[in-house]
Design a protein around this ligand. Sequence first.
Ligand code: FPP
Length: 247
Amino acid sequence: MTSTPAIPRHIAIVMDGNGRWARLRHRPRSFGHNAGRKAVREVVEGCLREGVEALTLFAFSSENWQRPEEEVGALMALFVRALDKETDELHDQGVRLRFVGDLAAFDAPLRERMLAAMARTAGNRRLNLNIAVNYGGRWDIVQAARAAAAAVLRGELRAEAIDEAELGRRMCLGELPPLDLFIRTGGECRLSNFLLWQAAYAELHFTDTLWPDFDQACLRRAIEDFGRRERRYGRTGDQVAATGNQG
Ligand code: FPP
């Protein structure tokens, strides 16, 4: 039997648990988000070491605007600081940084920093680091459908030619390797509107570890867990044994 390749090509993470981590220490939620930023660095290092091709992190959902104004402000300030501090090092490490989501909602200085970091690192190939901000999986499907409809109206695409591959290309991350491993920290077992389309055949890994405590050893455990899964893509176990477990 062909075994699952040990290393997932594309990992996505819902980084949950910053608030609880801070509460356990009697500190404000922003303290937890700041500690969460250090965990982002850990996981990027881990992915570089393991040879993962793409890492997609859920940093701010379309629904997170509903949080208290103070927390939203602290998160925005944290993103600015992280961009100012980390972009050089990420660039030196060969990381291509991309922000995915509806960026129009962010104020101009932050949006400009995001666009500048993306442009600066666009030629890098070692790791694709995608930060999902103001992102929702349903929004992503809607924007892809709209883009396809617009192509039909321009006469560039026939409506009958819209299939999964055609729509998939218009989804965020459409040109990256398919999502192999979806990790969620913080003990909840749900997708929370993250990468709904892309997660169709991803292996799911849920852990109680709070995000600021998620380190390279935790990433290794998740990758080992992934390596033990049999990926059937709708086939039987016997078929997989005969032909290998790639979709
Ligand atoms: C969820 O934990 C976490 C977030 C909404 C923010 C994620 C942001 C970071 C990890 C900061 C660093 C990110 C980058 C890209 C620099 P929660 O607040 O919902 O935790 P709780 O469930 O314990 O309340």
